[in-house]
Design a binder for this molecule. Structure first.
Ligand code: UDX
Ligand code: UDX
Length: 423
């Protein structure tokens, strides 16, 4: 199948590479000229495990990037994968989706055969029908019989995105009619997973509800963790027992410094805003964010409890990415913690195996170190904020510290004398 993908960010690029693996021919439309060049020369503009070697296999063969919508009409299916960042009031900013829909509509004017436009970006329920469908039809001057619409949410975890695409728990396809849904479904031929066919708005809601539920599990574990800490009980032991109930499952019950990333905080906020706009008061979802916002403060408070005044202290920060196996720092808890420590007069020595450069763009004026040892040398305290497995192997490196106050925000350390944020 010939597939055009609009947007070459995490979702667009990973989807393009995986669809090329499934023997489709891919045209990737991306506005950023530098990204286009990098992709065509086989170099991913982002770090994602396994993406480099797979992109190299397909770039210039069955995967071409371009900044023009010109060839879109020669594809059978278009996937919208542009970003949907949080707007000022927490609702999803749909301006990029809108401009992509206008460009897709214009490009489809010349097309004679049936075409399908599927939204993969996370969009508030109702968006595909009220915005994408209407703009594409208006600018293409075509009818719903000539262009079919679908919403096909992605469930890709950064760091595991290729694996999540090729071996998903399920594939959700909401469509305007059966024909459009069938075309999207056939693009997944070769993947062994249950397919759930729904209406378009239900598919949009499935994505928000899934991410909100996963975020709720984490905030729940953090709340239980905060109680466990006071009780002197190990929350990881507790959640192991809880997760053994098959109705709950053991996943996403890891307590710590909270969730970040480009999805959970933004999607829960957008769902809250959507509910409020319909005169509902989503108190559970609001609490999920509130617990999450408090965890970074908790780790700083714990540090102050151990050290007293931290003014002038050198604090080693291990981990800047919002999670391991990525260089992404969007909504990273580390950014909040570092800013609070700096505000209180501490100096920071930060180290992340992949994300030093991305954090440096946001916080330029702290020290970035080449290794954990460099960050720990002469440190008065150490906070671990990302679950990188390599931190679990650190041991003698902590002897380099001036004083051994080590607080683990991710339950990754195995060294002696460390304390957990909520264990
Ligand atoms: C994706 C989804 O789009 C988002 O809805 C979901 O919630 C999270 O994952 P992501 O792929 O991470 O977003 O976004 P981003 O990395 O910002 O990529 C979007 C890409 O689209 C960028 O490369 C950007 O340059 C490109 N873009 C943007 C276009 O090609 N055209 C535009 O008009 C605007
Ligand atoms: C998430 C969803 O999992 C994916 O399905 C969706 O479509 C995109 O958003 P991602 O944000 O890449 O994926 O990472 P994820 O593994 O879900 O982790 C998100 C955050 O939660 C990270 O900051 C992580 O550290 C934190 N987390 C995760 C916990 O604090 N505890 C856990 O038990 C699991």
């Amino acid at each position: 199948m010939r597939i055009s993908v609009v947007g070459g960010g995490y979702v667009g690029l990973v989807s393009s590479v995986c669809l090329a693996e499934l023997e489709h021919s891919i045209k990737l439309i991306e506005v950023d000229e530098n990204k286009v060049k990098a992709i065509n020369s086989g170099i991913p503009p982002i770090y994602e495990k396994g993406l480099d070697e797979h992109l190299l296999l397909h770039a210039g063969r069955d995967l071409y990037a371009t900044n023009s919508y010109e060839d879109l009409a020669s594809s059978d299916l278009t996937l919208i994968c542009v970003g949907t960042p949080a707007g000022k009031d927490g609702s999803a900013d749909l301006s990029i989706v809108e401009s992509a829909s206008v460009s897709i509509g214009k490009a489809l004017r010349r097309k004679e055969d049936y075409h399908v436009v599927a939204v993969k970006s996370t969009v508030p329920p109702g968006t595909t029908e009220s915005l994408v469908m209407s703009e594409v039809l208006r600018h293409s001057c075509k009818s719903i019989n000539e262009i079919g619409f679908a919403m096909n949410p992605e469930f890709l975890r950064e760091g595991l995105a290729l694996q999540d695409f090729m071996r998903p728990d399920r594939i959700v396809i909401g469509s305007s009619d059966e024909r459009a849904g069938d075309i999207v479904e056939s693009s997944y031929k070769g993947i062994d997973a249950p397919v759930l066919r729904t209406g378009i708005t239900a598919a949009e809601m499935i994505k928000y509800a899934s991410n909100s539920f996963l975020a709720t599990k984490i905030s729940f574990s953090n709340e239980i963790g905060n109680i466990c800490k006071k009780l002197g009980v190990d929350v990881y032991e507790v959640m192991r027992g809880v997760g053994m109930d098959h109705r709950i499952s053991p996943h996403f019950l890891n307590a710590g410094v909270g969730f970040g990333g480009s999805c959970f905080p933004k999607d829960v906020s957008a769902l809250i805003r959507l509910a409020e706009n319909m005169d509902l008061d989503p108190i559970l979802l609001k609490s999920v964010l509130e617990v999450n916002d408090r965890q970074p403060t908790k780790i700083v408070e714990l540090l102050i409890k151990r050290k007293g005044d931290i003014k002038g202290n050198r604090v080693a920060i291990l981990g800047l990415a919002f999670k391991n196996d990525t260089d992404d720092v969007r909504e990273s808890r580390a950014e909040l913690v570092i800013k609070e420590l700096v505000r209180r007069g501490a100096s920071i020595a930060a180290y992340d195996p992949k994300a030093n450069a991305s954090m440096q763009k946001r916080i330029p004026d702290i020290e970035y170190c080449e290794s954990a040892s460099d960050a720990l040398t002469d440190a008065d305290a150490c906070l671990v904020l990302t679950e990188w497995p390599e931190f679990g192997e650190l041991d003698k490196e902590f002897d380099l510290m001036r004083s051994r106050v080590i607080i683990d925000g991710r339950r990754v350390l195995s060294c002696k004398n460390s304390e957990g944020i909520c264990w």
